[in-house]
Every structure is written in C-alpha cells, then in structure tokens.
Design a protein around this ligand. Structure first.
Ligand code: UDP
Ligand code: MG
Length: 311
C-alpha cells in the first residue's frame, strides 16, 4: 500500500448537532479507503458547543486536528486556514453537515490516482434547498462564467480534492477576499468533475446567511472579472457613436429644412454622457489593473518542465 497522506478539511460554524454523526461518517468512509489520513476541523468562531465537541473528538482520535478561530472569519477563510496546515498529498474540502456524501471521497481519491489534480463535486441535483436558492445558484454560476476570462466549473461548490501541487499554490495566493473555486479554476490544472446529488442537511440550519452568500457571490465576480469596471466605458462609446449619428442627421435636417433646437440639446447631452462614461470605463481599466497588482497572484504557473538543459 502507498503511504500517501490524505488531509480532510472540515470548516465548522455552530455545528454541534451534526458533528458527532458526521465524524462517524467521515472516519468510516476514510477507513474504507485505506490510506493514512488526518481530519482538520477549523472552527470558524462558533458560539455554541462546537469547540467542546471537537475537543472530545480530538482527545479520542489522534488523526483529528482542530484549529479554532477567535471569531467568525467566514467559510472561505476557515478552509484557507485548513489548507495552510494540511500536510497531505491530497487535500479534501468537505462541509460538516453531510450535504456532500463523505463516501464520495473514495471516488475522488481513485480519480486523483488516475491523474486528476483537481476533482470537484458537481451537483446534478440539490435536495432540501429552497427554490430561491436553487435558482439563484443556477443563475449565478452561469453569470460568473460568462464574465470570467477562464472557465469556472458550473454548479460546483468547494467540495473537492486537490493535489499537493494545487494546495501549495493556494499557499502562495494570499488575496483577502477569497473565492476558492475560482482560484482553483484560475490555476488551470486538469480538473475532473464528479457528479453527485447534494443531500439535505443532516441537522441544524444553514450557516450561510443571505448576506454571506451575497458577499461570496461578489467575491467571485470581483476576483475573476474586471468587466463590471470597464463595461461603462463601452456603453459610453456606444452613446458617443449614437450622438455622432445624431449630429449627422441633424446637419442634414438643418440643410434640407430645419431641425428643432431641443434635438440639438438632446444630442449634446448624449455626447457628454458618453464622454463621462468613457472616462469612467478608463478609470475602471486602471482600477482593474491595480486590483491585479495588489492581489499579487503568481504571474504564471508551470505545469511541467522537460528537456535536457539544467534549470
Ligand atoms: N461555515 C463556516 N463559516 C461560516 C459559515 C459556514 O465555517 O461563516 C461552514 C459550515 O459549518 C459548514 C460549511 O461551512 O460546514 C457550509 O456551510 P452551510 O452548510 O451552512 O452552507 P450551505 O450548504 O447551506 O450553503
Ligand atoms: Mg450545507
């Protein structure tokens, strides 16, 4: 048997009800795989009995490690903290509420052994979620994809396996407003979907409030597209073109008969608006570049090196 270590990261926020059940499901699924493993629970500033439950679990099982945040920093940062500590050859991110079946980890590991560097869970069906959530999620993934320069897998959450190489790159990407699934798409490694039906929550309520969801949605768009910043500029170009056409029409009208004076004013306003929007778009283009600079992402990623020369 290979001695590859599997790290499982579980972000938790006020999950005292599900923890004992999900711990059982995780361990029995992981035992079946047969690799050495570690489970890293990241408590995202829970205010219920979560930390005590985790203390109990960690006391009884030396493969469990726990990181506990001073306050609620959010799911994406909890996962990041887990990645910062994970030592595995493969790192798996899974929610604590059993919406992502732990038994699928076995399939993910098999696909990883076959060469996939990222295996992402693709939700073909969602159970126990409101129509509103299903629809907004469906629409959002499509909007995001249309806006992003690189394809971001549709209907995939953070439930995934990443190879050590990918995990190391996450350590290098220190942007604060993190949208992990976008970041992993940005890296451009070979990713393979694993289709599954998303179960309902085992217990408790969703910890992703509408506000948190909105923030994540914006982080996705702002982190992977500067189109919202430059779009006004293009609108401005269209307005100026329209004003130009209007001007030509007005001149012709003035020659053959007479153009009403207010039409000249409308055309002028159109032109001024256009210029303003172009100026906004140009500023947006600069801001987008500034954003890229402050994010300090790696400039490029080398997948492979070969050839006879020394590097
Ligand atoms: N979570 C977290 N911090 C938060 C919100 C959620 O660590 O601020 C955890 C939560 O405990 C769960 C996972 O992230 O393990 C996904 O959250 P949840 O199941 O509430 O989201 P949903 O599945 O409803 O989108
Ligand atoms: Mg959930």
């Amino acid at each position: 048997m290979t001695e590859k270590l599997i790290s499982v990261i579980v972000p938790v926020f006020n999950e005292q009800e599900v923890l004992p059940v999900s711990y059982q499901r995780f361990t029995s699924a992981l035992r079946d795989i047969g690799y050495p493993y570690e489970i890293i629970y990241v408590d995202d500033g829970s205010r219920d009995g979560t930390v005590d439950v985790l203390r109990g679990i960690a006391r009884a099982d030396e493969r469990v490690r726990v990181l506990s945040f001073s306050r609620n920093f959010g799911h994406q940062l909890a996962v990041t903290a887990g990645m910062d500590t994970a030592g595995g050859d493969a790192v798996i991110i899974i929610d604590a509420d059993l919406q992502d079946p732990p038994e699928l980890i076995q399939n993910m590991v098999a696909m990883w052994e076959d060469g996939a560097q990222i295996v992402y869970g693709k939700r073909v069906k969602r159970k126990g979620e409101t129509i509103f959530k299903k629809f907004t999620a469906w629409a959002y993934y499509r909007l995001l994809n249309a806006m992003s320069t690189y394809p971001i897998p549709l209907d995939s959450g953070d439930f995934r396996l990443i190879d050590r190489v990918v995990a190391d790159l996450f350590l290098e990407m220190r942007e604060s407003n993190r949208f992990l699934r976008g970041m992993s798409a940005w890296m451009g490694f070979k990713d393979v979907p694993l289709e599954y039906t998303r179960a309902g929550r085992e217990a408790g309520q969703t910890k992703y409030t509408f506000k948190k969801m909105l923030k994540l949605a914006f982080d996705g768009i702002c982190g992977f597209s500067s189109r919202p910043l430059t779009l006004p500029g293009w609108l401005g170009v269209a307005l100026c073109a329209l004003a130009g056409l209007g001007l030509v029409t007005l001149i012709v009208l003035a020659i053959i008969s007479a153009a009403p004076p207010w039409l000249w004013a409308v055309d002028g306003i159109l032109f001024i608006q256009g210029v303003t929007l172009i100026a906004l778009g140009v500023q947006g283009a600069y801001m987008g570049r500034m954003l890229d600079e402050v994010k300090r992402r790696p400039l490029y990623i080398i997948k492979e090196r070969f050839g006879k020369g020394e590097y």
